[in-house]
Design a protein around this ligand. Structure first.
Ligand code: HEC
Length: 273
């Protein structure tokens, strides 16, 4: 009787422990933000994960589409946001949670997607959290980040993570909370016409063509048919725009890049075969 009770209790405890386990992430499994950001749940990883010493030191970086580290963002452009957990001695693994908020009103800033393979995304209270997908063997956690629209102002990323001893418990780990602010870089509108802002290849085109821009312009790219009708419009927040002209009649089209003030920055002719 006593043995059976013990076995049942053990099974129950094991099930409870598995149910309570959140090695797959505090937001995913508990709907909690524990990053230390304003408005997050009133705890961080350090509340429970402590007692270890690995020299934990977390760094947050933002890289543009060319892989350059930036301190400012351009509205609507895409970046890679990375949190790296540096240590002085090698731990048994890593855990992390990170969120990006607008400084102005502390709501979610832009959109994170495409988490690295050791991570996942979870939305809690309208905030998107990047967090570990199980105790991570890798010390970096990454996601693609599309910056908020122009005029959104500064953004702060908040990250809390830990170097874990890997004992499957919250003991023997060392956590840290950091935040990193990124300003907004509002590009002055260029009113000067630029002949070589973009190239179209192939041109003439039978179906698909690529428009490659020298630089990201805060504006739109439009394609007009011979009678002035806009047949294609796209934001120019990456250096390449793909266009499918399969369904359009043969003839001459006009490709035009306009800035946010609707001033034409550059134009070129496109021939559809
Ligand atoms: C309320 C207490 C508490 C908080 C806050 C907390 N954890 Fe945990 N964590 C635990 C406990 C208890 C365990 C061990 C049992 C389990 O897996 O749930 C654990 C386990 C883990 C594991 C697996 C560890 C291993 O050695 O296998 C990871 C990874 C992890 N937590 C990450 C985090 C991260 C990252 C944060 C902060 C964003 C965090 N935890 C916040 C209590 C907490």
């Amino acid at each position: 009787m006593k043995i059976r009770f013990t076995i049942i209790s053990l099974c129950f405890l094991t099930i409870m422990t598995i149910a309570m386990s959140h090695s797959g992430g505090r937001a995913t499994q508990f709907s909690e933000g524990n990053t230390g950001a304003p408005g997050d749940d009133n705890k961080t990883c350090a509340t429970c994960h402590n007692g270890g010493s690995f020299g934990t030191d977390i760094a947050i970086t933002l890289q543009d589409a060319d892989g350059n580290a930036v301190t400012d963002y351009i509205g609507g452009a895409t970046y890679t946001v990375t949190a790296t957990i540096n240590t002085t001695t090698t731990p048994g693994g890593y855990g992390l949670q990170m969120v990006g908020l607008l400084n102005s009103n502390e709501t979610n800033a832009g959109e994170m997607e495409g988490a690295s393979s050791n991570a996942q995304l979870a939305v809690v209270n309208g905030r998107t959290y990047l967090e570990q997908a199980g105790l991570s063997a890798i010390s970096t956690f990454e996601a693609e980040w599309t910056a908020p629209t122009e005029g959104s102002g500064s953004v702060t990323f908040y990250a809390t993570g830990h170097a874990a001893d890997g004992n499957g418990q919250s003991s023997g780990d060392q956590a840290q909370s950091v935040s990193m602010e990124f300003g907004e870089n509002i590009i002055e509108s260029t009113v000067e016409f630029e002949n070589d802002l973009f190239t179209i290849s192939p041109n003439p085109v039978a179906d698909f063509t690529t428009i490659s821009l020298d630089r990201v312009v805060n504006g739109t790219l439009n394609i007009y048919s011979g009678n002035g009708e806009a047949i294609f419009t796209s934001d120019v927040n990456s250096s390449e725009v793909f266009v499918n002209l399969t369904d359009y009649p043969q003839g001459t089209y006009l490709v035009s890049v306009v800035n946010k003030e609707n001033i034409v920055v550059s134009t070129k002719q496109l021939i559809k075969m």
